[in-house]
Design a protein around this ligand. Sequence first.
Ligand code: MN
Length: 494
Amino acid sequence: MNINKIQNYEVWFVTGSQHLYGAETLQRVNEDSTAIAEALNDSDKIPVKIIFKPVVTTPAEITGLCQSANSSSNCIGIIAWMHTFSPAKMWISGLSMLVKPLLHLHTQFNTEIPWDDIDMDFMNLNQSAHGDREFGFICTRLRVNRKVVVGHWQSEKVQEAIGIWSRAAIGFNESRNLKICRFGDNMRYVAVTEGDKLEAEKIFGWQVNYHSVGELVESMKAVTGDEVGALIKEYTEKYAFAAPPDEPVRYQARIELGMKAFFERNGYRAFTTNFEDLFGLEQLPGLAVQRLMQKGYGFGAEGDWKQSALVRIMKVMAEGMQGGCSFMEDYTYHLDPERPSVLNAHMLEICPSLAGDKPVIEVHPLKIGGKEAPARMVFTVPAGKGMVATLVDMGGRMRMIVNPVEVITPKPLPKLPVARALWMPEPDLETSAHAWILAGGAHHTSFSMALNTDHMQDLVEMFGIELLLINKTTRIPDFKKELRFNHVYYQFNK
Ligand code: MN
């Protein structure tokens, strides 16, 4: 048993066959499948438990298995493999009702053909080269979303691909169960933070609920001075201070405790705020939001519930990996031809999971919103590889845009009192910004230094939404064609 498995998540390993070959062959199918499932379960590249399921040989068994997967709260996906031929009409009923993500592993038990010994018994047993094609046909014929992984089950590449898909399945599972708390509405007149919450609940499963800021203020009133004192002690152990912590920091501690209690009472794991809607609050939540993001909550500013959900999902997908994840915003450019880059930050709310050194807690006026100077953590995201993603509502469909970036070290920024990251997007700033703007990409994003574009691609395919990838191969004329083709495709594929 691999102790690094993320708790309770199961992927079921399902092998299809039939009764044509006799009991002895089916016994071998069972043994070989058990060995593969155990090897995948033991792989440190796969972060979930792989659970072997007895070989299925009839339509009733297949349908029953899919029903069990659908109703199991621990099961986040199914891996299917056809060791022998498994006539695929047997799979129609089951696959048609399956709501869990599906990975089709196109592998075979042996690596090499046993030239001297191969006989018809061997040929009857080791048929995935054609059995998996029959299964592939019915998946395609039924328009079943699935990931196909090809290669020997012991190879690193195959296990890595299954691991990446498993993390996407964790994100999909989180999404189906996610509740997002909106404190206040969206920022007035802003377009991109809007969207169809009904469509979002249908596609992603998100419950996006409004609460007045007054409810947060009530929750903060229930926080005791001792609780605030204990949290300030924690701050002093974990962070540096520009000045000894005084009332503005204590106020953010009170917001943190009030929010956390409210979320725990109501089952929220992601939230939004809006600086225009702070009635009864003395400061814009800053340090408090940063702390809650670090604890794993999703966050979007100015009412941006889509980005808040995405931050939460990406945090869950990256559990146990190196590298943080945060809400972000493209702020201002460095157009030096040597190193064209974009400075990312927000008014306050960048997650310290991205910090290299100890963040410094500082208090400065915000200059917008008309409230008191808020406390926030200030730090610079260290150099390294990252990936930025955003979600926009195109009217009738959702579009995700993903762009790998290289975080670089900025010059000192002594007068900038917010957390920040400077990066060069792929393939270059000019092409990236051009493509992003043509795609209608938001200025708000979810940024991860743990996940890569493969994780996001698998996730997007589980949702069945549109993905636009901006990377090293992006060329603007081709990207324009992709936008036009997608527009037509998604009209027909409803
Ligand atoms: Mn913003």
